[in-house]
Design a protein around this ligand. Structure first.
Ligand code: MRU
Length: 371
């Protein structure tokens, strides 16, 4: 089941904020709606927001000026608007930078040609994302044995990508091979992506799963109930430190204590080799109301209690057993081994700079720069 659809130049998304009680498809008609869908987690998961954001630009450019100077200004403004929407997932700026490169490359061509190139690039990013999921699934399934009991956090499945997912794609593949697995699902406070989305996905796929509150994982490990942990990532630094949904670091610490292997699954587009360590990864801080209220409805605390609500944390690489990428399984030492595989992806690829999404904007000619 796709999480988004781009058909006849129209963009549709499956509103994840309504799951599991309602299955609602919505159309994204402009940039503002796209921004809001990403910001309020109607469309979420690092790879998915990358693909969705470039389609949002496709929708937007349709009404951009046919005068070049103005077109470039509008394009740049739209990209900047979406780029800051969710700061931790590097896939967002990575995908938008790919469009910027295309616009740069075609900047001397007629506007219609630039627009066509933007649409083509967006479709390519989408197609590639599906393939990356398959490759991660194939590589990661080898780490799983028949009957394994796997713990996962947040949602890294088909709702979080345009393919089968990252961490969950590995589980889906292993289940296909062995037919016997059990998945423990962390509910993932405050927004319950595990309870609402992962449990929903696994049940749809008829994979045996058990939901737990986040604070029950240590108990399970203490009783020898967890064989492996598989999680996704929103940004991985050059040394292998990995940012993922808040609570992932807790899991990594208790997994290390109980000697449970801890695996991170992410495509090359989630690596940010411009950052030496995870300390440099920007962490999104979200609204206090998400913590005070349950599912945005009932107050579970005094209405004015001060709240701290970081949406992500960073797991230091020494707590990670291996990183499963579309280029295979990367083992420690991560700094050396990541460098060996990530920049080369994929051989003969049309976008050799694809891995260098960095914090730095891609080079644009003066007239493309707006203040
Ligand atoms: O805030 P979210 O729901 O977008 O957070 C998502 C996660 O943390 C996922 O684990 C991560 O994006 C990897 S998804 C394939």
């Amino acid at each position: 089941m796709p999480a988004i659809k781009f058909k006849n130049n129209r963009l549709f998304y499956f509103d994840q904020s309504k799951l599991p009680s309602k299955e609602v498809w919505r159309e994204c008609k402009n940039l503002k709606e796209g921004f809001s869908a990403i910001k309020y987690l109607k469309v979420r998961g690092a790879p998915l927001i990358g693909v969705f954001s470039v389609y949002c630009i496709c929708i937007a450019v349709k009404s951009f000026s046919s005068q070049k100077e103005e077109f470039f200004k509008q394009f740049k403004k739209a990209v900047e608007y979406l780029r800051v929407c969710r700061p931790t997932a590097v896939n967002l700026s990575w995908a938008l930078e790919r469009l910027e490169r295309v616009v740069f490359k075609y900047s001397k061509r007629p506007i219609q040609e630039i627009k066509r190139a933007i649409f083509k690039e967006a479709a390519a990013i989408h197609r590639e994302d599906v393939i990356l999921c398959k490759k991660m699934a194939d590589a990661g399934a080898k780490l799983i044995k028949k009957g394994d009991r796997i713990l996962t956090h947040c949602n890294a499945g088909f709702l979080a990508t345009t393919g089968e997912g990252t961490a969950l794609a590995v589980i889906y593949k292993a289940y296909k091979i062995y037919g016997k697995l059990k998945v423990y699902v962390d509910e993932t406070r405050p927004l319950l992506q595990g309870a609402r989305l992962t449990a929903w996905e696994l049940m749809r796929k008829k994979i045996p799963c058990t939901l737990i509150c986040d604070n029950m994982a240590a108990y399970l490990m203490q009783h020898g109930e967890v064989d492996k942990v598989f999680v996704g990532a929103d940004r991985i630094a050059a040394c292998g430190d990995a940012a993922n949904k808040i609570g992932t670091y807790n899991l990594a610490v208790i997994a290390a204590y109980h000697k449970v292997p801890f695996y991170v699954v992410a495509p090359f587009s989630s690596f940010d080799l411009s950052l030496k360590t995870g300390k440099l990864i920007p962490i999104e801080q979200r609204s206090s109301e998400e913590v005070r209220k349950i599912l945005g409805k009932i107050y579970a605390s005094p209405k004015n209690v001060p709240v701290f609500n970081p949406a992500f944390d960073v797991t230091p690489s020494h707590l990670i057993s291996a990183i499963v990428s579309d280029r295979g399984v990367i083992f420690p030492p991560f700094r050396k081994n990541i460098k060996k595989v990530i920049p080369l992806y994929p051989k003969g690829h049309r976008y050799p700079l694809g891995h260098r999404r960095a914090q730095v904007s891609c080079p644009l000619p003066g007239r493309l720069r707006t203040k």
